[in-house]
Ligand binder design. Structure first.
Ligand code: C2E
Ligand code: CA
Ligand code: CA
Ligand code: CA
Length: 280
């Protein structure tokens, strides 16, 4: 019974870090997380396919939970979306990235563009162009240092509005990319209307490139050709192996993001890596 008790506790504590924590409890805690300054951003490098140099980074949200440690977005973004907290959280992310860029500029670094993930709610309900313009101005950050990642699903919801919004965002000078490309349901006819800089091939298609199957990489290859024919650059996400890198390079993929080139890391580690990267 004693051993059982210990096991029960082990299950309890590891469950706590997975799923057992009630959505409501988590949601309540998340509400305070912003005020208590428990949110943080990690930065994952994006590299040039031709020479492996860092061309930018994606800011990825983390929650430094007082009891559970650092939580990944999969644990709390659903609750944030459910409750609408994703809107103030998303605003925090934009401000935080711009403040970070400003701090890097002030310290004499030459930062690369940083990409921010926008949520569907931010895109649908906020005047996102006005917000972005305000934050860039507030922190005196050049617009071309900010990139916004938008998913197909967000873009397809109201195509007419999207086309106008993308034009306004582009007018500000920020970079735009379509995230998780290939997993949504964009109509190719509309895709042509969306003026973006980059298509990001979803990780699932990159994961298919394994050298064990004659059909491998067909979707990734098609997405690269499609993106290029529309005048967009292509970033492959979730690149974990040299085999994937070499395959995608042969298909003329422009940039890579994935564990092979670096995990998401804290800001100071990222800027240190950028520094050594540009020196060599
Ligand atoms: P995403 O936008 O598709 O971000 C890429 C995810 O893939 C990140 O997970 C990253 O850590 C992971 N990843 C990168 N390289 C590899 C790889 O080589 N292999 C594997 N297996 N995974 C890789 P993360 O940080 O857990 O974020 C998950 C999702 O949470 C993001 O997916 C994005 O949809 C959302 N998210 C993250 N930060 C924010 C944010 O600030 N705002 C909003 N609205 N959503 C965010
Ligand atoms: Ca993303
Ligand atoms: Ca993605
Ligand atoms: Ca994804």
């Amino acid at each position: 019974a004693k051993a059982e008790g210990r096991n029960a506790f082990q299950y309890y504590s590891s469950d706590l870090n997975k799923a057992s924590l009630g959505e409501l409890l988590l949601e309540n805690q998340l509400r305070g997380a912003l005020d208590r300054d428990e949110l943080l951003l990690y930065y994952q490098p994006k590299v040039q396919a031709s020479d492996g140099r860092i061309t930018g980074a994606e800011a990825l949200l983390r929650w430094s939970h007082p009891e559970l440690g650092v939580l990944l977005p999969g644990r709390f973004i659903p609750a944030a979306e459910e409750s609408g907290l994703i809107v103030p959280i998303g605003e925090w992310v934009l401000r935080h990235v711009c403040a970070q860029l400003r701090a890097w500029l002030d310290a004499g670094h030459r930062p690369v563009p940083i990409a921010v993930n926008l949520s569907a709610q931010q895109f649908a309900h906020q005047d996102i162009a006005l917000l972005v313009r305000g934050i860039l101005t507030e922190h005196r950050v050049p617009a071309e240092l900010l990139e916004l990642e938008l998913t197909e699903t967000m873009l397809m919801r109201d195509v007419e509005r999207t086309v106008g919004l993308l034009a306004r965002l582009r007018g500000l000078g920020v970079r735009l990319s379509i995230d998780d490309f290939g997993t949504g349901y964009s109509s190719l006819a509309y895709l042509k209307l969306f003026e973006v800089d980059v298509l990001k091939i979803d990780r699932s298609f990159v994961n298919d490139i394994r050298g064990d199957d004659g059909e491998e990489g067909k979707i990734a290859t098609a997405v690269i050709a499609l993106a290029h024919s529309l005048g967009h650059k292509v970033v492959a996400e979730g690149v974990e192996t040299k085999y994937q890198r070499d395959f995608l390079t042969r298909q003329q993929c422009d940039q890579f993001q994935g564990y092979l080139f670096g995990h998401p890391i804290p800001a100071d580690e990222f800027i240190a890596r950028l520094h050594t990267d540009t020196q060599t």
